[in-house]
Design a binder for this molecule. Structure first.
Ligand code: GSH
Length: 279
């Protein structure tokens, strides 16, 4: 392993010229950079998002709720293009001071309720519609435990492993090793849990499955960071079996297309205002 010649200065300073992937949107401060109101459609639920793994958790849940017959779950989904800096517009920052998709505004309450962080949005919608989050205390605790597991774990997969393996300007052994080890440990956690459970929490399909599938399902299908072989994802057989079952759900297929602005033309639904936008 080569030794780095970098010595951190006494006080870190931002160098916007440094470049690297996402340099155009990364900065060390929060808040809006420009005035821009968010559009509001006709439904109570307004989603501002993008079909990344964090974004599709919410559209999968909304499509699952609609598939259950919950008509009040009809929603408008507007595209937030994070590469263009839409997340720094004043309207979006009012919905999510953390400037990251997804953000939800529920105009069915007075005043409207803003919800940010995908996990919080899943809990809000599951409680609002009384579905996909058990109410019995110990089953609910198990579901929330796995939901929060996803929130705490995925940054090591995306921001850690994915960043250094696929996006960093040079391949550095130390961070790739460190995060590959952690991601494989996480896959083993899931694999052992799914050895004798159909879904993440047992027999019931819940918001924990909807949160974990977009990241770890995509990973075991070899669709994230071109790292399938490197991480030997096929060896996590229980995770592959679970993800393959979830992938076949019609609502999951629909949810993954909402706010998608890339890939084959027939899969793209950049904005969604009615079920027919997906038919
Ligand atoms: N913990 C957040 C993570 C959200 C997140 O990282 N969103 C990314 C896209 S997947 C984003 O909006 N990035 C834009 C940026 O960092 O400026 C959640 O689960 O909602």
């Amino acid at each position: 392993m080569t030794k780095s010649s970098y010595t951190p200065p006494r006080v870190w300073e931002w160098d916007p010229e440094k470049g690297g992937r996402f340099a155009n949107i990364n900065r060390p401060t929060a808040g809006s950079t420009h005035e821009k109101e968010l559009p509001v459609g006709e439904h109570a639920l307004q989603l501002y998002s993008l079909a990344t793994p964090n974004g599709v958790k919410v559209t999968i849940l909304l499509e699952e709720l609609l598939a259950l017959g919950k008509q009040e779950a009809e929603y408008d989904a507007y595209l937030i293009n994070i590469n263009d800096g839409d997340q720094f517009g004043s309207g979006f920052v009012a919905a999510n001071p953390n400037s990251k998709i997804p953000a939800l505004v529920d105009h069915g309450t007075s005043p409207p309720t803003r919800v940010f962080e995908s996990g919080a949005i899943l809990v809000y919608l599951a409680e609002k519609f009384g579905a996909f989050l058990p109410t019995e205390p110990s089953a609910r605790a198990e579901c929330l435990s796995w939901l929060f597991w996803q929130m705490g774990s995925a940054p090591y997969l995306g921001g850690g492993f994915g960043h250094f393996y696929a996006y960093a300007p040079e391949k550095l052994e130390y961070p790739i090793d460190r995060f590959a080890l952690e991601v494989k440990r996480q896959l083993d956690v899931l694999d052992r849990n799914l050895a004798d459970r159909r879904y993440i929490c047992g027999d019931e399909y819940t918001i924990a499955d909807m949160a974990i599938y977009p990241w770890y399902g995509a990973l075991v299908f070899g669709m994230l960071y071109d790292a399938g072989e490197f991480l030997d994802v096929k060896s996590y057989e229980n995770v592959v079996r679970w993800a393959s079952e979830i992938a076949e759900r019609p609502a999951v297929k629909r949810g993954q297309r909402v706010n998608k602005a890339w890939g084959p033309e027939e899969e793209r639904v950049p904005e969604r205002h009615a079920a027919s936008d997906l038919d």
